[in-house]
Write a protein that binds this ligand. Structure first.
Ligand SMILES: Cc1cc2nc3c(=O)[nH]c(=O)nc-3n(C[C@H](O)[C@H](O)[C@H](O)COP(=O)(O)OP(=O)(O)OC[C@H]3O[C@@H](n4cnc5c(N)ncnc54)[C@H](O)[C@@H]3O)c2cc1C
Length: 195
C-alpha cells in the first residue's frame, strides 16, 4: 500500500476493463497494538477558493518585506477568477500569513494553470510544491534567483513597482482596452524568457 499527499500525482482516467482481486485478510489487532490515537478531526476552514482548487495562484515570499505586502497580492489575485493566495514557508513561519497558504515540501502541492511567484527565491522545498504548474511567472529583483531557472517567464524588478503595473494591465485587458498602449516598464530591469 502507498499513500501520497493531495496534488502530487494526476489520477489516471477510470478504466473499467481493469479488474482487481479482493482478498479478505483477517487481522487481530488489540488496543495496545495502536501507537497513535485519533482524538479529533479538525477540518480546514478557509474562505474563498482553496489553494488546491485554484486555477491561478499568486504567491508571496520574503521579498514582500512585510505582511502588508499580501494586500497587493490579493489585488493581483482578484484580477482572476478561481484564484487563491500562496506563500513560502519563510513568511508563514514569520506569521505574515496562515499555514494553509503554504506551498512546498511541508505545505501544499499545487498544479494551477498559472502560478505567479512574487519575491520568492525558488528554494527546492518550495519548488517541489509548485513546479507542476502549467505556467510559472516569477517576479524577483535578483536576476540570479534560482526561481528564474525553472519559471516559464521571469520579470526582474521590485515587486512594489512591477505588481501595481501588472494589476493595471490585467484590469485594462479585462475591460477590453488595449493594455499595451500605456505600458510603464520603468521598474522592469529585464524580462527573462522561457527556460
Ligand atoms: C525541511 C524543510 C522544509 C521546508 N519546507 C518548505 C515549504 O514547504 N515551502 C517553502 O516555501 N519553503 C520550505 N522550506 C524553506 C525553504 O528552504 C526556503 O527557506 C524558503 O522557501 C525561502 O522562502 P522565500 O523564497 O520567501 O525567502 P528567501 O529565500 O529569503 O527569498 C526572498 C526572495 O525575494 C527576493 N526579493 C527581495 N526583495 C524583493 C523585492 N522588493 N522585489 C522582488 N524580489 C525581492 C530576493 O531576491 C529573494 O530571491 C523548508 C525548509 C526545510 C529545511
Amino acid at each position: 500500500m502507498a499513500t501520497t499527499r493531495p496534488g502530487v500525482m494526476v489520477p489516471l482516467a477510470r478504466d473499467s476493463k481493469r479488474q482487481g482481486e479482493i482478498k479478505q485478510v483477517t487481522v487481530n489487532l488489540k488496543e495496545e497494538d495502536f501507537r497513535l490515537k485519533v482524538k479529533d478531526i479538525v477540518r480546514e476552514v478557509s474562505k474563498g477558493v482553496k489553494l488546491d482548487d485554484a486555477e491561478v495562484i499568486v504567491a508571496g515570499g520574503f521579498g514582500l518585506g512585510t505582511a502588508e505586502g499580501f494586500e497587493l497580492l490579493k489585488q493581483l489575485a482578484d484580477c482572476f477568477q478561481h484564484s487563491a493566495i500562496g506563500a513560502s514557508r519563510k513568511v508563514v513561519d514569520l506569521g505574515w500569513i496562515p499555514y494553509n497558504h503554504q506551498v512546498g515540501q511541508t505545505g501544499k502541492t499545487v498544479r494551477p494553470k498559472l502560478y505567479i511567484a512574487c519575491g520568492i527565491s525558488g528554494a527546492i522545498q518550495h519548488r517541489v510544491g509548485m513546479s507542476k504548474s502549467a505556467t510559472i511567472i516569477a517576479v524577483n529583483k535578483d536576476p540570479d534567483a534560482p526561481i528564474f531557472g525553472f519559471a516559464d517567464h521571469g520579470i526582474v524588478g521590485d515587486v512594489y513597482q512591477i505588481l501595481p503595473e501588472l494589476i493595471k494591465q490585467f484590469k485594462q485587458a479585462q475591460d477590453g482596452k488595449d493594455s499595451t498602449q500605456n505600458l510603464d516598464s520603468s521598474g522592469v530591469k529585464a524580462v527573462v524568457g522561457a527556460h
